[in-house]
Design a protein around this ligand. Structure first.
Ligand code: PLP
Ligand code: COI
Length: 346
């Protein structure tokens, strides 16, 4: 089906919100979700006593729709986002939105906004943001009994300005997630706590914070909005793991581990000490996530200390570039999808 696209400067979009035509909404009451529908109303009216406003019961997701080389519109592993949202909801004692309904709702809302799906090759995508929050009244600290699940979509360009231009990180003086807390789920509360840290990092000229584990401040965890990957001198892809369950299980990262294995790149998933990074053990570093895709990191600063990644100092180094082109090739239909990750919408 061909749809007349909106008149946007697709190649120059940044990562910001632009209202589209429809969102998807479903409400949970008396122990059940209603049947859900598309809505052109992008506002929400709720009680001043809603659980989200007091005790922050909210979880969200992020995925993208792409126009492929043959003009189809697809998204990437939406079942994984559905499962992660269910896991996040369980941790905050919220009801789970069924996996198959989540995937169906993603398809419905993208299809309703086809005019906003950026054209193939523009570098832009349609960002899909499912969210769920407590609408029911609570005044004592307890889970609410009513919730809303929603999906908004908005066309976006690269998360970091310059796309494949290497960014600088700083080691954050703040912690992101408590050991065995909520760092491994996608809940708004984790991002509220990161706002002061990221505002200061930006003011100091850094694109993002690198967080160390808050238990020992010894191990590398992740950044505010993406997982971290390193490449060792022998070409191995090194993927930081957490002893304390405080890294978000990135779908991009888990896909890249598989892509690396498919490409014959050795993968080592293990805790990574910050001291090892400082010792110059790694030649490349990258941030991976739906928004970040894989963004090269050129330097990480900690006070006066600077760690430089020589093979990826200006743009992606060879390993990150290969991973990036393979993943984006699969997502845009230019490379074969051998794992059945691409979900056709229309
Ligand atoms: N880590 C954090 C804290 C994030 O917010 C995100 C974004 O979703 C990621 C990692 C990357 O996860 P994914 O690849 O599933 O988008
Ligand atoms: C995503 O990558 O989808 C995210 O949710 C990260 C967010 C910081 C934009």
């Amino acid at each position: 089906m061909s749809v007349e696209k909106k008149d946007l400067d697709w190649g120059n979009l940044d990562f910001s919100y632009r209202k589209t035509d429809y969102s998807y909404v479903s409400n949970y009451k008396d122990g059940a979700w209603d049947e859900g529908c598309l809505t052109a109303d992008h506002t929400i009216q709720m009680s001043e006593c809603a659980g989200i406003l007091h005790y922050c019961q909210e979880v969200f997701e992020g995925l993208k729709a792409y126009t492929t080389a043959d003009g189809s519109v697809v998204c990437f592993r939406p079942d994984m986002n559905a499962q992660r949202m269910a896991d996040s909801a369980a941790r905050l004692v919220m009801p789970q939105f069924p996996i198959e309904r989540f995937v169906d709702a993603v398809k419905q809302v993208v299809q309703a906004n086809l005019a906003w799906v950026p054209p193939h090759g523009s570098g832009a995508t349609l960002y899909i943001r499912p969210l769920m929050f407590a609408t029911g009244d609570v005044i004592g600290v307890k889970p609410a009994t009513e919730y809303q699940f929603r999906i908004l979509v908005t066309p976006v360009g690269p998360y970091f300005k310059g796309g494949d231009t290497a960014v600088k990180l700083c080691v954050s003086p703040y912690d992101r997630a408590a050991p065995h807390g909520t760092g491994n789920i996608k809940a708004g509360l984790n991002y509220a706590m990161s706002l002061k840290a990221v505002t200061e990092a930006h003011a100091n000229g850094y694109a993002e914070n690198l967080y160390l584990d808050s238990e020992s401040r010894t191990y590398v965890e992740e950044t505010g909005g993406a997982n971290v990957l390193f490449v060792a001198k022998d070409g191995t892809l090194v993927v930081p793991q957490s002893h304390t369950d405080s890294i978000l299980p990135s779908i991009t990262r888990r896909s890249l581990v598989q892509v690396a294995q498919d490409l014959g790149i050795a993968v080592d998933e293990r805790p990574v000490e910050w001291a090892e990074v400082k010792s110059g053990a790694f030649t490349e570093c990258g941030l991976c996530g739906t928004a970040a895709v894989i963004s090269p990191v050129g330097e990480i600063h900690e006070g006066e200390d600077v760690v430089v990644f020589p093979a990826g100092h200006e743009t992606s180094g060879p390993v990150m570039a290969k991973l990036r082109s393979t993943l984006t090739g699969i997502q845009s239909g230019e490379l074969e999808d051998t794992h059945g990750w691409v979900c056709k919408i229309c």
